[in-house]
Design a binder for this molecule. Sequence first.
Ligand code: DLZ
Ligand code: SF4
Length: 514
Amino acid sequence: ECCLRLVLGDQLTPDIAALKDIDRERDVVLMVEVHDETVYVPHHKQKIAFLLSAMRHFAQELRNDGITVDYVGLEDEANTGSFTGEVMRAVARHRPDRLVVTEPGEWRVWQMMQDWREESAVPVAIREDDRFICSRAEFAAWAEGRKSYRMEFFYREMRRKTGFLMTDDGEPEGGAWNFDAENRKKLPTKISIPKATAFRPDAITRDVLDLVARRFDNHFGDLEGFRWAVTRKDARTALTRFVNERLENYGDYQDAMKRDEPFLFHAVIAPYLNAGLLTAREVCVAVEEAYRTGRAPLNAVEGFIRQVIGWREYVRGIYWLKMPDYAGTNALEAKRKLPDFYWSADTPMACLRACVEETRANAYAHHIQRLMVLGNFALLVGITPREVQEWYLLVYADAYEWVELPNVHGMVLFADGGLLASKPYAASGAYIDRMSDYCKGCAYDVRAKTGEKACPFNYLYWNFLIENEDRLSSNPRMGMPYRNLARMSEARRKAIVGDARRFLAAVGAVEQKG
Ligand code: DLZ
Ligand code: SF4
């Protein structure tokens, strides 16, 4: 019996479900570089380069392991440009007895796979992606009958299931499940920040970089600074260096932002995790080990493990539970256009300028830049969810829809009306000033509330509350800001709305139809 086994670009794990019972004598692994996947959103150049290079390296590793790989390159003559086209062509070429795939990360591709069952002449087995700790079915069972889906309770289940940071008596390590309150410290001026982990492109990567420069020149992003690991081995090195050099401070300064320090104490391993070069379990094992051997404090280790087995699994669960309708909701009826400076970085707002510039240079920004600067601005302005989602999906090397959509739609924009977050993460300039050094070098004054020189976050924050009064004022967690708004004089309210109007018109954040 010959089995054709498909491995997608974000399934680069040697023991991925589709490869588990492989017969090296008879089976063929299919990997395809297809045009459609490179442009369904116009991904950042580094994202495409990372994935194509990682795919090519992975194919080589499988071959070294005695596996037959049929690899279709992006520029191969007969390449049809789509997953469906290439799967059908490969079935005709190899005439396998069956096709085995691992469930994909995106709804879009899941739909394609459903069609393959009918279109291809062979039986198709879609296997569960067991790299995730919580299966789609298990999450659905957890969600069943609940009124709200709070991450914290789900996270505790995952702690119990995996045993990470649990005592022998089944209690959470350190007597609490969550130490987040300790993870909001300001960055001391004198702290030394480790050098970023960088990998020099090898011949395969250089080929891919040429290809991307040639074919995707019109895509967002710089290619020059490409420094990503593209093999499992190098991704392991990146993980080890994080654990040794940065984990100790990761918790304390998780929410801090500093000019010209895009990585600080973050792990910067999300692209590896989400493409399969590293697995969730192994990164948690490495991080827990550092705690057990006294090399990292509990608040850092718990915070990291919560991101991986809590939040990451949780957003994936929500995605599959709620798709396809999830993407279409717009609870705050946001309909303004995304300002051009999300691409050009051409804005006098120092915080946004830094975050867009770093995103362009690295295909990366850390979570507070994404949530509290880039995201917070999009929320306050009321940008159309679809545009914001597309932006996040294409600019970050780690972004696939299963992880991007709930984070952006739910967490950043509150477009799901509170399924993920119990209130919108709206903040004024004071928050950014407290957590960063951006405001010192800004053309605007973070302490001024209204007028030409005032930090736009300040009046946009109040304008957001005013515009959404009907939708949000009854939210119990919004009680305080709305009480403050109620005490505001009519003149002040007018000034805020006037400033917001002037600013939104100037940056092109105009209302769009439908
Ligand atoms: C993101 C991406 C890109 C740019 N290119 C490819 C590709 O050429 N071949 C491939 O198998 N996968 C690619 N991917 C990742 C897919 O888009 C991803 O596997 C699906 O979105 C499912 O998560
Ligand atoms: Fe950003 Fe406002 Fe600070 Fe300028 S003053 S950096 S716009 S928060």
